[in-house]
Design a protein around this ligand. Structure first.
Ligand SMILES: NC(=O)C1=CN([C@@H]2O[C@H](COP(=O)(O)OP(=O)(O)OC[C@H]3O[C@@H](n4cnc5c(N)ncnc54)[C@H](O)[C@@H]3O)[C@@H](O)[C@H]2O)C=CC1
Ligand SMILES: O=C(O)[C@@H]1CCC=N1
Length: 262
């Protein structure tokens, strides 16, 4: 078996869906370990992947670990029996901690986001030399390359990447929800307001990629004495800009905390 995925939660399923739908690894070559019986059964049946028992993990060439960081110390002893390469999505958990708890330096640390479901994640990746020599790094790069863009990143920036990008869909969901609420507040029906807010994020993202600086787009939209500058004034008064900066800082620091491994 080419790949075992341990933890088919929100992210594990997102990656699995992306990998299977893009044909990166054949479903018959993928095994899953997930204690939620109903979820595991439904996923295995729908995608044609195998359900594994812990003792089957040794058959896997590579293991993707996508459990919560707090679960890792408890399951590391049986994960370590696999004698394979490991790829971890766990926020805050360093390659040093992975290597120590798994008893091998064949470890790759990645940080994707839920865009993996639709092949549009941005994923950070790093690994020690041993994982590169064993082909684990290239395997992980191909895996996440199939579900979006991959950025090789020095490990000291991983928690910042997590704070901006890994957590980012949640911030933008709040922005979209709040914009839609504003539309509803001013009389637009909910369904239309939601659709407008979601489409706005997509269109704006595409436009931003074409601008040398984000402020250029803001200036293009903002007419002298017009509507947009009135909206921007209200945004600045509410501290939205510093609020978003503070969100990335707080999430980065939380990543540092999650990574403290006694
Ligand atoms: N949700 C997200 O957008 C992102 C999450 N991450 C990271 O990915 C990891 C997973 O996150 P989520 O999928 O959101 O969490 P989740 O809580 O949805 O999924 C964790 C899964 O692990 C399973 N699990 C618990 N104990 C287990 C065990 N002993 N053996 C096997 N599976 C076990 C749970 O039943 C659950 O399905 C976390 O470490 C998180 O930091 C990273 C980037 C984005
Ligand atoms: O909230 C979390 O801790 C995880 C890591 C990035 C996104 N979700």
């Amino acid at each position: 078996m080419q790949l075992a995925i341990v933890g088919i939660g929100k992210l594990g399923l997102s990656i699995l869906n992306g990998v299977v739908s893009r044909g990166v690894v054949e479903p018959g070559n993928i095994g899953i370990i997930e204690p939620d019986e109903r979820r595991a059964g439904e996923v295995a049946e729908r995608l044609g992947v195998q359900r594994l028992r812990k003792r089957d993990l040794g058959d896997a060439e590579r293991v993707l670990v996508s459990v919560q960081p707090r679960t890792f110390p408890e399951i590391a002893p049986w994960l370590a029996q696999a004698d394979s390469g490991y790829v971890s999505t766990m926020a805050g958990v360093s390659t040093e901690t992975l290597a120590r708890r798994l008893g091998t330096r064949r470890v790759v640390r990645v940080m994707p986001h839920l865009g993996a479901t639709i092949g549009r994640s941005q994923t950070a990746i790093t690994a020690p030399q041993e994982a590169r020599d064993a082909g684990d790094f290239d395997f992980a790069r191909a895996l996440f390359g199939a579900v979006g863009d991959v950025y090789e990143l020095p490990e000291h920036l991983f928690n910042a990447f997590t704070g901006l990008s890994g957590s980012g869909p949640a911030y933008l969901a709040i922005v979209a929800e709040a914009l839609a609420d504003g539309g509803v507040r001013m009389g637009i029906p909910r369904a239309l307001a939601n659709e407008l807010a979601a489409q706005l994020l997509i269109s704006t993202g595409e436009l931003l990629k074409e601008r040398a600086h984000f402020a250029l787009l803001k200036d293009e939209v903002t007419s002298p004495g017009g509507t947009t500058i009135a909206g921007i004034e209200a945004l600045e008064a509410a501290g939205v800009r510093s609020g978003l900066i503070a969100a990335v800082v707080a999430a980065t620091r939380r990543g540092d905390e999650l990574g403290r491994d006694e």
